[in-house]
Design a protein around this ligand. Structure first.
Ligand SMILES: Nc1ncnc2c1ncn2[C@@H]1O[C@H](COP(=O)(O)OP(=O)(O)O)[C@@H](O)[C@H]1O
Ligand SMILES: N[C@@H](CCC(=O)OP(=O)(O)O)C(=O)O
Length: 428
């Protein structure tokens, strides 16, 4: 195959699970895999690509350092172990990369660090600066300081958010299986590989990912990888699952992706008739004919249909503190091409307790003639908003014309419940 990757420069995020970096039983380092990753990343960098690594393994390395067999139950202990392990982990990466004079940088992040738009942009600027300096940023969750409310929870999600943050071209999820299968290949020898998913929003009929993590050190199994693929493809990032012990395959897969006509990914999605099974047979023949290694690729939404930076931040960077229920008319106005801001007249209910500019879910409901919410109409979350008013204020002004806000509250901060730039909806 012609090597088209030589000329174009891509931004690649490579996520490595704990199971790829430490032995699941002994927790000893898998130095051979780490070295191969380093060689691959150095090669990709020399070809002109920008590479970010999302590395798990902090806790597993900490357990080994402290001669502990199992993850402790108490949060403070896990956090202490993470602090011990993270230092060693980054030390190992630095030692290996330094053999090639390749500089690295450590970035430890929690959800708290991106809750503010300017902080989100700041994280973006810092990573971009490092990439421009020719450095390989190595990202992990700041497990030592994050508690459940501000946790990404798994590095698959963190890698998808990192990919969207920096507008990556590809996200590679490297793990201990070749690809996504119709069932857990560790327990079902008849599981069949899923090689291409043109449109994840159409679901994955016949695919079971409930098996959880395959190893003692992994988190989330395939389920969190599918969540990550959904987030990343919605943000315009092609997402791939492949085995971590042959990282040189990354280059081959990027070449193969380039040979596919994905410039108009929407055409690919439209052409997909939902017959996942048939598609896999054709794809397998193609991979075999071209000698491309097994992997799963999730095709990204194209430029016109992917979430823009700020929308992605609202939908996936922020944590919802409650919900507002809007009527169908308001929903149509907010989701049309030239979307409107949300006025109090369109709000029919307020759920939970939230402050001004905190993030809330947007649900669509129906009002009965007596003013009550129709209980037979299923409330569906359609998007997220940052509201100009608190839940208490909104409960008072819901359904009103904006002219009456001042009379009701004694002040009016805005005629809108949420401005256009504070509303976000997943691509449809
Ligand atoms: N349908 C499936 N296809 C492939 N693997 C699956 C599936 N369902 C569950 N798994 C499990 O997911 C594991 C990979 O996830 P995980 O252990 O969290 O890895 P990592 O540490 O790389 O994030 C595999 O080892 C496998 O046992
Ligand atoms: N941040 C944690 C890893 C969390 C995680 O998602 O692990 P994995 O499923 O192995 O990618 C650590 O460094 O131990």
């Amino acid at each position: 195959m012609e090597d088209t990757t030589e000329n174009k420069s891509y931004t690649l995020v490579i996520k490595l699970g704990s199971s790829s970096l430490v032995d699941e039983k002994t927790k000893e380092p898998k130095l051979a895999i780490m070295s191969l990753i380093v060689e691959t990343v150095v090669r990709l960098r020399r070809m002109g690509h920008k590479v970010i690594i999302v590395s798990s393994g902090g806790i597993a390395v900490g357990l080994r350092t402290m001669h502990m067999d199992k993850r402790p139950k108490h949060l403070a202990e896990v956090q202490a172990i993470a602090a011990i392990g993270q230092g060693r982990l980054i030390g190992r990466w630095d030692l290996l990369f330094s053999q090639f004079d390749q500089r690295i940088a450590q970035i430890l992040i929690t959800r708290n660090d991106i809750l503010d738009w300017s902080q989100y942009k700041n994280a973006q600027n810092t990573i971009n600066e490092l990439l421009n300096m020719g450095v390989v940023p190595i990202v992990n969750e700041n497990d030592t300081l994050s508690v459940s409310e501000i946790k990404f929870g798994d590095n698959d999600t963190l890698s998808a958010i990192t990919s969207a943050l920096i507008g990556a071209d590809y996200l590679f999820l490297l793990t201990d299986v070749d690809c996504l299968y119709t069932d857990n290949p560790r327990t079902n020898p008849d599981a069949m590989p899923i090689l291409v998913v043109p449109d994840l929003s159409k679901g994955l009929p016949g695919v079971n990912t409930t098996g959880g993590s395959g190893s003692d050190v992994g988190t989330g199994g395939m389920q969190t990888k599918l969540v990550a693929a959904d987030l990343a493809t919605n943000a315009g990032v092609h997402t791939l699952i492949m085995k971590s012990d042959t990282p040189a395959n990354i280059g081959k897969i990027v070449e193969y992706m380039q040979s596919l006509d994905l410039d108009d990914a929407n055409k690919v999605k439209k052409a997909y008739d939902g017959d996942l099974k048939e598609l896999q047979k054709t794809e397998l023949k193609k991979l075999q004919a071209l000698d491309v290694p097994l992997h799963t690729k999730f095709i990204a939404n194209d430029n016109k249909h992917h979430l823009k930076n700020r929308e992605f931040w609202i939908l996936h960077g922020l944590v919802s503190k409650g919900a507002i229920v809007i009527d169908q008319g308001a929903c149509a106005a907010l989701t049309r091409k030239n979307k409107a801001g949300l006025l109090p007249a369109g709000v029919i209910d307020v759920q939970g307790s939230f402050h001004e500019l905190e993030c809330v879910d947007i649900k669509v409901g129906r009002k009965l003639p007596n003013g009550e919410i129709d209980p037979s109409f299923p409330l569906e979350i359609v998007g997220k908003a940052r509201c100009n008013y608190t839940s208490t204020e909104l409960t008072k002004i819901k359904g009103m014309h904006s002219d009456l806000i001042e009379e009701e509250l004694g002040y009016s901060d805005s005629e809108y419940v949420a401005h256009r730039e504070n509303l976000a909806f997943p691509p449809r």
